[in-house]
Design a protein. Structure first.
Lengths: 110, 810
């Protein structure tokens, strides 16, 4: 039961540390709000600059966020997996312990 | 029904384990085993690879065995933890559901002696620490344990439902149900509240230690900074240059952010910041009350996602105003930078700018010709930028409020000085930090004493800052005097030494002074039995602590004709209570009768005013308000507040403390009536209410003002006999003066009688007497010295025959 709640805390921590929710919510937003102004009057050059910078900024933002989201999700999955493994190991610990001790002593004597 | 005995059985194995080896020992063993495992495993690998596996087998064997034991230790550690931290969330208020049952600490205390809960408590490590902190006498505790008494067994204690039974619950239970225990505390001079305070302190700090130990809890994990939070917000180049992250603030955290008061203020700040526009906050509070601590606490809540959703992901940045002014020489560049900073904040979208001491910043800017309200007004109403500013109430009233519309852009949140209970709680943590450094031990009553003394006797600063400063002073003093246990008495002793005001328990010599105060005053004042005994009674009441603490030490209205000893009495009080006549400060109230009276008295924005200056420069003194009736009505109104609350606000909005003074207002009002009464040979004491009524009727004083004084004292005109006594007093002073010049003076009875007869005037009291002595005797001596008829070392004897009738009619 306690193992389970510690595991839950670890999962929460991974989500918090990689800001998964915030990054997913702003996945395609421009990188650090770097955009060009559209200009006061209509002007093809300004508009083009605006569109290009905006697209580049969004691409940069999306790439970096994707990397972190990817790392975050991998960590999350790893935490889930480690949790399951630890739990199984926990159940088997007494046997592992006896096995290690027995094997160690055997090696020492032999 | 679940009893204490039933519930603590679950902890038996864990406690048995910890008895075998403490948690600290287990920790060390665990680390040792792990290191052995790592070393032997590495040794095995090296041996296997480079030395033909010569020692590999024994190394592998030791490695596997140490790993096995390390795993065993991990199991033991986890086993111990699952009991050690049980119910901790509920105790700390972090649990979502209510639970019941006991904590590990309770079981650890009770299990060794389940037949006598109180004895188990007293003998346990934490229980004895609680008793020591509460100041209970060791002898009384042993006596109590030896005596036959009704014992409470663990069976008898029924556990509450929906509430965890911690050591605090146990302590409360024993106090309530074991009368012998309560009696023992009472005999040791420990009040119930003190015991409970010490109990909460000791047990609370154990709970906090456990909280910090449990790194895997969500509240500990959440302290890590997350990555990528600010990526969807803009760059802040200028802001980074002229500001710093609030988390780097070196704040000595004094404000406990767990209190309901702090929580309420944090909620206020959050909701103000979450507004759609004009989401700015102005925190108003004296310096030292913890304004930055509150802002930091809000920041922490935002970081762990517990703040309102509308402000999640926001970043707090403190503007470094000093750097800003230092790096800009001219108005234009500074203006551009300030605008730039706010533009960036708008652009970034997640910035909360924090400006400390807003009015100082604005004044500095004004000096460079920048009117800040105009410059940043548009940003204050923008939806994307938030500003938190702090300021003191004084500056707020005198400066910011005059800026009209600007202040309306902010939600104002007032941070009051914490109450005394909250200050004591702050001191608990501070005391623990300083105990090791100064090698001292604070009792709980010492902390309470520190709080009360800091509030009552230290004029400068605010709580809890001044209480913390006092705590450090007291600890240092204890170390110098080689005192290890700091008690309430010790605290008051240090405070008395520091301030010169008798504080805390009454000492032997002071008791003597207080009990014979009338006699002490009579050494300087002639007659006035009724008046002096009335003053003495009031002062005894004040010193015994029966009077309210939020008033001046004493306040009197002295009524009576001139020259009857009113000023002398004030001087005598200054000498008795503050150690010298020079501790009497006099204000001539007739100077405050014009239209500018109030400004002269409490100052305006420019000058400080007579009264605040006097109270600040002489916080421990007798303040004599001469001819009080001549001051204007509005001046009287100011004194209404001073007499009632012991504090008042000066023109700059600063609080002035008058609680350590004795305030005496003297007045000639009603003198004629007093004289008439005496002429008619009526008993003055029975007519005092009549005299006061007539003063009120005449409109000299309003009844509410007279009622504010602790007592109204009526001074009688002096009789001929008393006048002779006064003359003798005056002559003694003259003898001393003449002796200093090298002559011996003596005045014969007949001359003295003639002079008293000449100088007696009930209306003007002793003043004419003084003049007669000067004109007749001092004049004669002067003549003798100048004419050379006496030489140094001679004695001058004066009798009635030495004077011609002309010389006597001056």
């Amino acid at each position: 039961m306690e193992l389970f709640s510690i595991w839950k805390n670890c999962l929460w921590f991974v989500g918090h540390f990689f800001s998964l929710r915030q990054l997913a919510g702003s996945w395609f937003a421009p990188w650090k709000r770097t955009t060009e102004g559209r200009g006061e009057k209509w002007n093809l050059e300004d508009l083009a600059g605006y569109i290009i910078i905006n697209i580049i900024s969004r691409i940069v933002g999306t790439v970096i966020r994707t990397i972190i989201l990817f790392l975050g999700i991998v960590s999350l999955l790893a935490t889930v997996l480690i949790g399951v493994l630890v739990y199984i190991f926990w159940l088997l610990t007494p046997f592992v312990l006896i096995g290690l001790l027995g094997f160690g002593l055997m090696l020492l004597i032999a | 029904m679940n009893t204490l005995r039933d519930d603590i059985q679950q902890y038996k194995p864990a406690i048995a384990l910890n008895k075998l080896a403490s948690r600290k020992t287990l920790h060390r063993v665990r680390i040792f085993l792990f290191l052995v495992f790592v070393a032997t495993a590495a040794g095995y690998a090296v041996s296997y690879s480079f030395f033909d596996a010569q020692y590999s087998q024994p190394l592998l064997a030791v490695s596997l065995i140490s790993l096995a034991f390390w795993l065993e230790q991990i199991l033991a550690f986890s086993f111990s933890n699952s009991f050690y931290f049980r119910k901790l969330n509920s105790v700390l208020g972090l649990a979502e559901k209510n639970t019941s049952g006991t904590t590990y600490d309770v079981a650890e205390v009770i299990l060794p002696d389940q037949h006598d809960v109180a004895e188990a408590f007293c003998n346990s490590q934490l229980g004895s620490l609680v008793l020591l902190r509460s100041g209970a006498n060791q002898e009384a505790i042993s006596q109590y344990l030896r005596n036959a008494r009704q014992q409470i067994t663990a069976d008898m204690v029924a556990l509450p439902e929906n509430e965890v039974f911690s050591l605090i619950g146990l302590g409360k239970y024993i106090l309530k149900h074991d009368t012998a225990f309560a009696d023992m505390l009472a005999h040791s001079g420990v009040q119930k509240d003190t015991f409970l305070g010490a109990l909460r302190w000791v047990v609370g700090s154990v709970h906090q230690e456990k909280r910090a130990d449990r790194w895997w809890s969500r509240d500990n994990l959440s302290r890590t900074k997350a990555i990528g939070r600010e990526w969807s917000y803009g760059y802040t180049y200028l802001l980074r240059k002229f500001a710093r992250d609030i988390r780097t603030s070196a704040v000595f955290s004094t404000l406990s952010t767990n209190t309901p008061f702090a929580l309420e203020k944090m909620n206020d700040i959050e909701s103000a910041l979450a507004r759609a526009k004009e989401a700015n906050v102005l925190l108003i509070g004296e310096s030292g009350v913890g304004k930055i601590d509150l802002i930091m606490a809000v920041q922490r809540r935002m970081q762990i996602g517990k703040a309102l959703a509308a402000i999640a992901g926001q970043q707090m940045i403190v503007l470094d105003t000093n750097l800003l002014f230092a790096s800009h020489q001219d108005k234009q560049s500074l203006e551009l930078t300030i605008i730039g900073i706010f533009e960036e904040a708008v652009e970034a979208g997640n910035i909360i700018i924090v400006i400390e001491h807003l009015s100082v910043f604005m004044r500095e800017a004004e000096r460079m010709g920048i009117f800040l309200p105009e410059l940043i007004d548009q940003y204050l109403s923008a939806p994307n930028v938030h500003l938190i500013a702090t300021d003191t109430p004084g500056s707020y009233h005198t400066y910011l409020e005059t800026k009209g519309g600007f202040v309306r852009r902010f939600s104002e949140i007032l941070i009051d000085t914490p109450d005394l209970g909250a200050t004591t709680r702050v001191l608990q943590a501070v005391a623990l930090q300083h105990e090791a450094r100064y090698e001292v031990f604070f009792t709980y009553s010492a902390l309470r004493g520190l709080t009360v003394a800091a509030d009552r006797y230290l004029v400068e600063g605010v709580l809890p800052d001044k209480a913390i400063a006092l705590l450090i002073d007291v600890a240092g003093e204890a170390k110098r005097q080689s005192v290890t246990i700091i008690t309430e008495d010790f605290v008051y002793g240090v405070v008395s030494e520091k301030t010169g005001v008798p504080a805390g328990p009454i000492s032997e010599s002071e008791r003597d002074v207080l009990l014979h105060l009338e006699d002490k005053l009579h050494q300087q004042v002639v007659g006035q039995e009724v008046a002096l005994s009335s003053i003495a009674r009031t002062m005894r009441r004040a010193r015994a602590g029966i009077q309210a603490a939020d008033k001046p030490i004493g306040s009197f209205l002295f009524l009576g004709p001139t020259g009857v000893g009113k000023t002398e009495t004030a001087k005598a009080l200054a000498a008795v209570f503050f150690g010298g006549e020079e501790k009497m400060q006099r204000i001539d109230m007739s100077e405050f009768s014009g239209g500018d009276a109030v400004v002269k008295l409490i100052g305006d924005g420019e000058s400080a005013g007579v009264l605040p200056t006097m109270f600040r420069e002489h916080p421990y003194s007798v303040i004599l308000l001469d001819e009080f009736e001549k001051a204007t009505q509005s001046v009287h109104d100011i004194f209404l507040q001073i007499l009632d609350e012991g504090v008042f606000t000066d023109s700059r909005g600063g609080k002035v403390n008058a609680r350590n003074t004795i305030i005496i207002a003297t007045s000639n009002a009603g003198s004629q009536l007093i004289l008439d009464t005496v002429h008619q040979r009526k008993e003055l004491s029975t007519l005092s209410s009549e005299i006061i009524d007539s003063i009120i009727e005449a409109g000299t004083y309003r009844p509410e003002l007279i009622n504010r004084f602790d007592s109204t004292i009526i001074f009688e005109p002096l009789s001929v006999g008393q006048q002779t006594e006064v003359a003798n007093f005056m002559l003694t002073e003259l003898y001393e003066r003449v002796q200093q010049k090298g002559y011996q003076l003596s005045v014969k009875e007949d001359l003295l009688d003639a002079l008293v007869k000449k100088g007696y005037n009930p209306e003007f009291g002793a003043r004419p007497m003084q003049r007669v002595l000067q004109d007749v005797i001092e004049e004669k001596i002067a003549q003798k010295i100048i004419s050379g008829s006496v030489h140094q070392g001679d004695s001058i004897k004066l009798g009635l025959t030495d004077f011609t009738p002309e010389e006597l009619t001056v």
